[in-house]
Design a protein around this ligand. Structure first.
Ligand SMILES: CC(C)(COP(=O)(O)OP(=O)(O)OC[C@H]1O[C@@H](n2cnc3c(N)ncnc32)[C@H](O)[C@@H]1OP(=O)(O)O)[C@@H](O)C(=O)NCCC(=O)NCCS
Length: 215
């Protein structure tokens, strides 16, 4: 029995090696590209507006029911595993009118999460690394009354809209919290948590993010 399993394993290894010549890596990449291209057309139908030349890679997780309030400009690329949450309803009795507006020529990295129950506006030319979180809401208003309620059952609460200017570069694993305005041409260092506004033309980093350098 053992010898049969070994023969099957050896056959499988030879088969895979043969297939790697017939079906080369470049072709598999092209097929993946085509799949993402087709996926963009599907996902675009769920969103409010997507400009020409914009791509949304597989999978894009849409949450919150407000897909039609999500608008994306031209030539913007949304990488895979991005979560876009536009919360028009939360639970049975909370209703919102949020919007997520992403400008043109932006590149949103893999595993980013953008979630709004209020409003998130992103200018043109944004570049984000991986695992960036941009969210204008929290579970509850951090009060003593809400503390004994399980977080998921607390009311969704927003301190304010998030605005991000043009040509901003956001490093890996940055968190941008509610009520924050980030100016034009800002660079935010990896792992930063942005809790306050950042002016135009600066490099900021840290927890909480502070201006390191004026440009
Ligand atoms: C923000 C960034 C561009 C700054 O790079 P830099 O020019 O090498 O920074 P500097 O050397 O001028 O740093 C100035 C100070 O800020 C600190 N600093 C730099 N980046 C920091 C960060 N992410 N968090 C905390 N402090 C940081 C440095 O330690 C230095 O402090 P010091 O003067 O006490 O030594 C870089 O740190 C960064 O985070 N890049 C993003 C990388 C990334 O995520 N890429 C993938 C996304 S596409």
């Amino acid at each position: 029995m053992k010898i049969v399993i070994q023969i099957i394993k050896a056959f499988f290894v030879c088969l895979m090696s043969l297939i790697s010549f017939i079906y080369p890596y470049k072709l598999s990449s092209k097929i993946k590209e085509c799949k993402n291209y087709l996926y963009s057309f599907w996902i675009k139908r769920f969103l409010g507006c997507v400009g020409h030349g914009s791509r949304v890679s597989y999978p894009c997780i849409l949450q919150g029911g407000g897909n039609k309030n999500i608008r994306i400009g031209h030539n913007t690329s949304i990488q895979g595993h991005v979560v876009l949450g536009c919360w028009t309803q939360y639970g049975d009795n909370q209703f919102f009118n949020p919007s997520i507006i992403i400008g043109s020529h932006c590149n949103i990295g893999e595993y980013n999460q953008i979630t709004a129950c209020n409003g998130i506006t992103i200018g043109d030319g944004l570049l984000t690394g991986r695992f960036v979180y941009i969210g204008d809401n929290s579970h509850g208003g951090l009060t003593r009354e809400e503390a004994p309620i399980p977080p998921v059952k607390r009311k969704l609460f927003s301190k304010g809209e998030i605005r991000i200017g043009n040509n901003v570069w956001i490093g890996d694993k940055v968190t941008i919290l509610a009520g924050v305005t980030i100016g034009d041409n800002v660079i935010i260092g990896a792992n930063s948590v942005v809790t306050h506004d950042l002016p135009n033309n600066c490099v900021a980093a840290g927890v909480p993010a502070r201006v390191l350098k004026k440009l």
